[in-house]
Design a protein around this ligand. Sequence first.
Ligand SMILES: *Cc1c(COP(=O)(O)O)cnc(C)c1O
Length: 494
Amino acid sequence: MKYYDKLIFDLSKEGRKGYSLPDEHLFERRMSDEVPSSLLRTTKPRLPQVSEVDVVRHYTNLSQMNFGVDTGFYPLGSCTMKYNPKINEEVAAMPAFQNIHPLQPAESLQGIYAIYEDMEKMLAAITGMKYFTLNPCAGAHGELTGLMIMRSYHQSRGDFARTRVIVPDSAHGTNPASAAVCGLDVVVVKSNANGLVDVEDLKPLLGPDIAGIMMTNPNTLGLFEHEIKEIAALVHEAGGLLYYDGANMNPLMGVVRPGDMGFDIMHLNLHKTFSTPHGGGGPGSGPVGVAAFLKDCLPYPHVERADDKLTAEEGTAHSAGMISGHMGNFGIILRACAYILSLGKQHIGEVGRIATLNANYIKESLRDVFKLPIPSVCKHEFVFDGLINDGAREGKEGATTLDVAKRLLDFGFHAPTIYFPLLFHQALMIEPTETESKETLDAFIDVMHVIAAEAADDPDILHAAPRNTPIGRPDDTLAAKHPVINYRDLLAEA
Ligand SMILES: *Cc1c(COP(=O)(O)O)cnc(C)c1O
């Protein structure tokens, strides 16, 4: 263990500090003057006592134990881990945006509301939907909001019988989860041998109890559902609505629009397609777009323009209600706005094309060593089903997808998504995104070939991976059930 891998509490030394104030007594007296004594603590907080340089090294070293798009290639399928341009951060950090409060008078928020209005228009142009709400705070939150809109719509017409929603078996786990949270029952439609929604399986499921269908296009196998027009006609004919899970919008941006495919409601993940920080890197945003006839069902507040004045309006009787505090994660909306404007109409259509090219380039370069269950041209991502030669032989277990993922970490790449989608046993789902150079893709392809050769030769090399990371293979179940996340827990463990 390196000296600075120690916990900051282990570096603590009684009386050491990283500040010098002129008169501690003065400071303490003022505190007790202003805070009632019943609220003052009687014991000192147990904090590490360290110098400034100890603190700086501690946090800098911690940051280097992590992995992110700023440190390396992150081909996590279904997550669109693209580079987050720094101009987004510069815009979001401008004092005019940082120092606002949602309860300020509307007259003083006209510029902010104008950004909401502009963003709505840009997202509508990109997706072919008519109106947007920017209030949901994640993709899954957008799904729930979209389903609430769907339910409000049916109920506004006096139709209370539509309590079931159709979800393909290839769908992201959040789809059935959102439907359940919304109080809808899930009906699963099967995929056919080509990995697409089986239209013949869909037909008998449609009826007066169906609120709608949730679809992802391209789906989680990275395949374009080219029968979408027929599916849309069938669902609409049965009185249902089409919900588009826009987490996979990246390959379509500037090329194809969900509104033109027949979708009525959709969400976007600004933290995927629109380059805002993702996961532990920051809060999310899942704007929801709707066709014109669903405007009254949008959640509130919603920015409206009247006589050249912008206001955040309450909803009407059919509104899905209020789904977040105020109007979503404004800082994220701002970053995504900066991203769209920096690409402009001129370049936005390149995103999807390059993302698609990059995915197909990796797929074709690695199909000599990984099983490719669905060999057609993919969009932004694709799925392998484990190694062709996993090295299994008498007395030796073969290398699994988990082993490949762990071994990749030793070479400085983040692992792809593994064991999802659930359609294959050894799924390895790769999404390179458009922001990677050919050199980076080639380096990844080379390493994947090295790993495949190692597996064929001696799978134990993979079983023992990773060797070069701060920790090896944590017990996932134990880590989830008994997380050790602070010093007190660690002491209790010891
Ligand atoms: C990421 C993702 C979601 C969920 O989005 P979150 O922002 O993580 O809640 C839903 N569907 C698909 C296909 C996704 O990839």
